[in-house]
Design a protein around this ligand. Structure first.
Ligand SMILES: *Cc1c(COP(=O)(O)O)cnc(C)c1O
Length: 419
């Protein structure tokens, strides 16, 4: 459920007419709904409520400071995958002891900065990383709290590029080697084992792969405790999918996910951490664009928008589907368009043969479910200004990232003296 609904045939974000934001900000822009962010965060806290838990929002899904600050004030922890994301979370007021640091390639400088600033735990993904972290922590006179990311070798049955829990994926350490590696971690001077971590992929639409993976985590917990380790926390990762189209099969609800978590790992006495990104911010955002031209091709009509692949890359990168709807509620979807952007690549195609109501130059359209992996993956390709972001709360809105001016864009480059 989200808060982008038609009222009097006009698409609103909560109580704000999207047309009013477009008049003030210009298109394209991303628009997020505070109420939807709140609701999705609370769905998880309610689903896990009987267990001690921390919902660590995956910052990479949408890292705007205003989004992070709102979630942080609701009590969210954060899952970061770079020191840049760590700084964002801290700048948004999230304390270090609510931040977990994931990622296969943490550098020593990143480890040092996170230890210095305060961190809840490092999710360590390899033996060389264990050694490096111990070295860095010991040199600082510190002890780094760690969970080892184990790779359960389950197929999340999601898109190839966002599946992370099979043995051929680069993430984590093989489950079969986990006990040896934990033994090694326990011997290293700069580390303190606090738990187990896993994340098997993104946009999962079925609970079965999670259940298979979490069952393996429960078994591993018993084995590691028998080996003498303290396993107090289980970080179960993110990955719960969202409906990208209304006609699609409905992904599992957080409530059912929570029941499955209790069933598989609920009786271990561990604090549960989860790292949802997409499910919290995905349907809390839309991308608004204007129609520049309607162009008749041979046997097809192109709807040319002012948004492009540099603003929303998911269709080009993953073949992803986004529902596209007119801001002024149209009639029947009896026109078929190829929806494209202005970038000079054929990959700059949002949808082929998409049935839509008839549209005209200047009309506004919205891409639904664009709040996660949208703005964060945007670039300035084709020297297009980075797409702005707007946050709505009730009947008011604020620009939370302005569109840069061309002077600002140019000022970031420097020309060497010899030119
Ligand atoms: C990407 C990622 C997440 C979030 O995944 P979603 O599908 O957005 O919930 C969580 N944890 C880790 C380690 C990730 O890399």
């Amino acid at each position: 459920m989200d808060h982008f609904l038609y009222r009097d045939a006009e698409l609103h974000a909560e109580d704000v007419m999207l047309r009013d934001i477009a008049d003030a900000v210009g298109t394209p822009f991303y628009c997020y709904s505070t109420a939807t962010l709140t609701r999705h965060f609370q769905l998880f806290t309610e689903a896990l409520a009987p267990l001690p838990h921390l919902v660590c929002y995956a910052v990479k899904a949408n890292s705007n400071l205003a989004v992070l600050k709102h979630l942080g004030e609701l009590g969210a922890g954060m899952d970061v995958v770079s020191i840049g994301e760590y700084h964002r979370a801290r700048a948004a007021g999230v304390p270090g002891d609510r931040i977990v640091f994931s990622g296969v390639g943490k550098t020593r400088a990143e480890m040092r900065a996170a230890l210095d600033g305060g961190i809840r735990q490092f999710n360590v993904e390899s033996e060389p990383e264990l050694d490096a972290l111990s070295e860095v922590a010991a040199a600082m006179g510190a002890t780094a709290p760690i969970a080892l990311r184990v790779n359960p070798d389950v197929d999340a049955r999601t898109h190839e590029k966002i599946s992370t829990g099979r043995k051929e994926d680069k993430f984590g350490v093989p489950l079969a080697r986990a006990r040896d590696i934990y033994a090694r971690a326990a011997r290293l001077p700069g580390l303190r084992v606090v738990g187990i971590d896993m994340h098997i992929g993104s946009q999962l639409t079925d609970l079965a792969p999670f259940e298979a993976a979490y069952t393996k985590v429960a078994d591993l917990t018993h084995a590691l405790r028998a080996d003498g380790h303290r396993i107090d926390r289980l970080d179960l990762g993110g990955g719960l999918g969202i409906p990208y189209t209304r006609s699609n099969e409905v992904p599992p609800l957080p409530l059912d996910y929570g029941a499955m978590v209790r069933r598989t790992v609920g009786d271990l006495g561990c604090e549960i951490e989860i790292e949802p990104g997409r499910l919290i911010s995905g349907n809390a955002g839309i991308l608004l664009a204007s129609v520049i031209y309607l162009k008749q091709g041979e046997g097809r009509d192109f709807l040319i928008l002012d948004a492009a692949m540099n603003d929303l890359i998911r269709p080009a990168m993953y073949g992803a589907w986004h529902d596209i709807v007119p801001v002024i509620e149209g009639g029947a979807a009896n026109h078929v368009y190829d929806v494209v952007g202005p970038v000079c690549e054929s990959g700059d195609t949002f949808a082929r043969g998409r049935p839509l109501p008839q549209l005209a130059e200047g009309d506004l359209v919205a891409f639904r479910s664009a709040g996660a992996y949208g703005a964060v993956m945007a670039s300035e390709y084709n020297a297009r200004p980075l797409v702005p972001e707007v946050l709505v709360q009730g009947d008011h809105f604020a620009v939370i990232r302005p569109r840069p001016s061309f002077d600002e864009m140019l000022a970031r480059d420097t020309i060497p003296q010899w030119l």
